[in-house]
Design a protein around this ligand. Structure first.
Ligand code: ATP
Length: 241
């Protein structure tokens, strides 16, 4: 029987040239859940995202999605399968309008204009700010608006799994709250999300399940509430005992 895990890694290793960063990472992401990956600076979270999206090769290990073997898949194959990466730093096409950026997310789709138009309406319903600014060049958006646009572009590819790197980086608490509410609403409609987040409280509050990464290894996992109550997590990542 095919696995219901939307993403699963086994013994994943990767790095940059001679430098190994990930050492046998095992994670499992369930369909319909928000899964968080937390850990200190340099733990390897963004590196894992890059490997999962096929931007960086793995040196050992395996990766599956619903029983399908994605090990060694190219970025295009992984995207085609429905695993979409919203990268740290957002990477929008600055000279293009918000709407053009959003439509770029749909370029691989083959399910017709009506479905794309419906999803565009959905993105604008989720992020009304983007509708107001749909003709504005992406480079002139605020940081929060850029993050909305990057997430919206990811959604436009009708993903199986949306992977978001550093949701809250550089954003005000109010904007983070708005984004968190938007992710909750998307998840309530069935979207599966894998989130890398520096703000551990926000991440653990939002997620169903989380993995803690340290020095390229998964050192703990559990539900958000279990990890929020875990003295070791509280000491290391929340600064409280
Ligand atoms: P942060 O939250 O600070 O972004 P992170 O957990 O996402 O941290 P990574 O960005 O994955 O961590 O970095 C893990 C390690 O890999 C770090 O030691 C970093 O210096 C190294 N690293 C990251 N990108 C490269 C690269 N392009 N070339 C060489 N080393 C890199």
């Amino acid at each position: 029987m095919a696995s219901s895990l939307i993403l699963e890694t086994k013994g994943l290793c990767a790095g940059y040239g001679e430098i190994q960063v990930l050492w046998g990472v095992d994670i499992a992401v369930r369909r319909g859940e928000i899964t968080a990956l937390i850990g200190s600076n340099g733990a390897g979270k963004s590196t894992l995202m890059r490997v999962l999206s096929g931007l960086l090769p793995m040196s050992a290990g395996e990766c599956f999605s619903e029983g399908r073997d994605l090990t060694g898949g190219s970025a295009a194959e992984i995207l085609g399968h429905g695993i979409v990466h919203v990268p740290e730093g957002r990477r929008l096409f600055g000279a293009m309008s918000v709407e053009e950026n959003l439509l770029m997310g749909a370029y691989l789709r083959r399910d017709g204009r009506a479905a794309v138009a419906r999803d565009l309406d959905q993105v604008y319903a989720t992020f009304p700010r983007l509708l107001e600014r749909r003709r504005q060049a992406a480079a002139t958006l605020s940081g929060g608006e850029q993050q909305m646009c990057a997430i919206g572009r990811g959604l436009m590819s009708a993903p199986l799994l949306l992977m978001i790197d550093e949701l809250s980086l550089g954003l005000s608490p109010l904007l983070v709250e708005q984004l968190v509410a938007a992710l909750r609403a998307l998840n309530a409609k069935g979207m599966s999300i894998l989130l890398v987040e520096q703000d551990v409280t926000t991440a653990l509050d939002l997620c169903h399940h989380a993995f803690v990464m340290d020095m390229g290894r998964i050192v703990r996992e559990g539900s958000g509430s279990e990890l929020l109550a875990d003295p070791i997590v509280r000491d290391a990542y929340l600064g409280v005992l």
